[in-house]
Ligand binder design. Structure first.
Ligand code: HEM
Length: 398
């Protein structure tokens, strides 16, 4: 279903998954990787996102601009720099009038094709793949773009000393450097090793990039449609951007992000296949080989789980009496999945959403352009179909 990520962690099973999860958990648990990624998020927010929005505010177009594409470029610039320790700068003011680079679009195209494969019978999409038409043709093109792009990065890195991004930003703490530094198992050929690096880097782009885009897009959609939830004082200083440490005490922001994810989970459904006969806790029998699809979007809106106000946006439900963020078990709030396959980037992802959101809320006022229909796209990622058009104004300094 999701062969665009090769045999990587996101789709691996059994022994292969155990091996890859161990490598990924070690990389994600590495303090220098975490601090490199967190500082990359704040850096790209300060040097790309805020100046771009400043430029849009100065242009003051009455038709506004489409903000999901801005988040697409921003998230591409963050994930690319975190994975490869170099800057693509697709959101620089100069580059932003050019179309989103193909590599940025490729993950989105592949996610749409993956949903299509879930909807139609397997023989249907396999025939389309053989004929190279429709979503299957677009998927094949997207895969070719990703392959070309990532294999070129790997080759470049190999031609540098030791394969580590020593001369680059981050001093070897980026994803590719850490994966390349992992000892090669005996019996693994150079080609297999390159494929493992490719699958890991492409999987990272899938895991880290578009889900952040969807989260930020719906976050601003909700805030624009619930303006009384904006809580801010006066802006101080130019281009203020807060890093993840500074945002640690911001419980209301954290609660608002969790509440957005409950109502608009970026990965709206999950799929698993039973490896043996099983019985679910409610007594439902599941035969070996059955595919079970659970809808995380629906789970966030079930009255028995979240109360009679489950359709309302109410960040307060996440806050205790003393204003601390309440923990919800992951089998209830399954946005990051639960169990051994749960998201490895949960904290990094939440930090990224908060860093971008805080920078925007602190520096700008955002409002929706009237008459622009906002609805979800058919995809395995909860993108919007036609984007979200907004107008933006710079907040006045105190
Ligand atoms: C709002 C943002 C995010 C959401 C909602 C999210 C959600 C998820 C979900 C539902 C899964 C389980 C996929 C499955 O097995 O079916 C997952 C896995 C994963 N996520 Fe995230 N994720 C987010 C951000 C990130 C970020 C920023 C990173 C990396 C920095 C990341 C890294 C991963 C990895 C590596 C896995 C694979 C775990 C495994 O299969 O063992 N995620 N994520």
């Amino acid at each position: 279903m999701f062969d665009v990520v090769g045999d990587g962690l996101l789709v691996a099973d059994a022994a292969s998954w155990v091996r890859q999860r161990h490598v990924a958990a070690t990389v994600f648990g590495n303090p220098s990787f975490r601090s490199f990624v967190l500082s990359t998020m704040a850096r790209q927010t300060a040097r790309l996102l805020v100046p771009f929005l400043d430029h849009a505010a100065a242009a003051a177009s009455p038709d506004g601009f489409e903000i999901e594409e801005v988040f697409m470029r921003y998230s591409l610039d963050v994930s690319y720099a975190s994975a490869f320790a170099a800057d693509l700068d697709t959101l620089s003011v100069a580059a932003a009038s050019a179309p989103v680079p193909l590599v940025g679009q490729a993950t989105r195209v592949a996610s749409e094709a993956a949903l299509f494969r879930h909807i139609v019978p397997a023989w249907w999409w396999r025939l389309m793949r053989w004929l190279n038409v429709g979503t299957e043709r677009r998927l094949a093109e997207a895969k070719a773009v990703l392959d070309e792009f990532v294999y070129r990065e790997i080759a470049n890195r190999k031609s540098q000393s030791l394969g580590v991004a020593s001369g680059r930003r981050g001093g070897g703490s980026d994803l590719l450097s850490l994966y390349m530094a992992w000892p090669r198992d005996p019996g693994v050929t150079e080609r297999q090793r390159d494929q493992f690096l490719r699958d890991s880097a492409v999987g990272y782009m899938f895991a880290a990039k578009d889900l952040i885009v969807a989260a930020l897009t719906w976050f601003f959609y909700i805030l624009c449609t619930h303006p009384h939830h904006h809580r801010h004082g006066h802006r101080r200083g130019e281009h203020a951007v807060f890093d993840s440490d500074a945002l640690q005490p911001a419980s209301y922001l954290h609660a608002a992000v969790l509440e957005t994810l409950r109502l608009f989970p970026p990965a709206p459904f999950e799929e698993k296949e039973a490896v043996g006969d099983d019985v679910l806790p409610d007594g439902t029998k599941v035969a070996k080989g059955t595919r079970v699809i659970f809808c995380i979007y629906a789970m966030g809106r079930i009255e028995e789980m979240w109360g009679s106000d489950c359709h309302e946006f109410r960040p307060e439900r996440w806050l205790s009496d003393v204003g601390r963020v309440r923990h919800e078990p992951s089998h209830k709030f399954a946005v990051f999945n639960c169990g051994p396959r749960s998201c490895l980037g949960k904290n990094l992802g939440l930090s990224n959403i908060k860093i971008a959101a805080a920078a925007i809320l602190h520096n700008f006022q955002v409002e929706l352009v009237d008459g622009h229909a906002v609805e979800p796209q058919d995809s395995v990622v909860l993108h919007t179909k036609n984007g979200i058009r907004v107008r933006i104004k710079r907040r006045k300094a105190a």
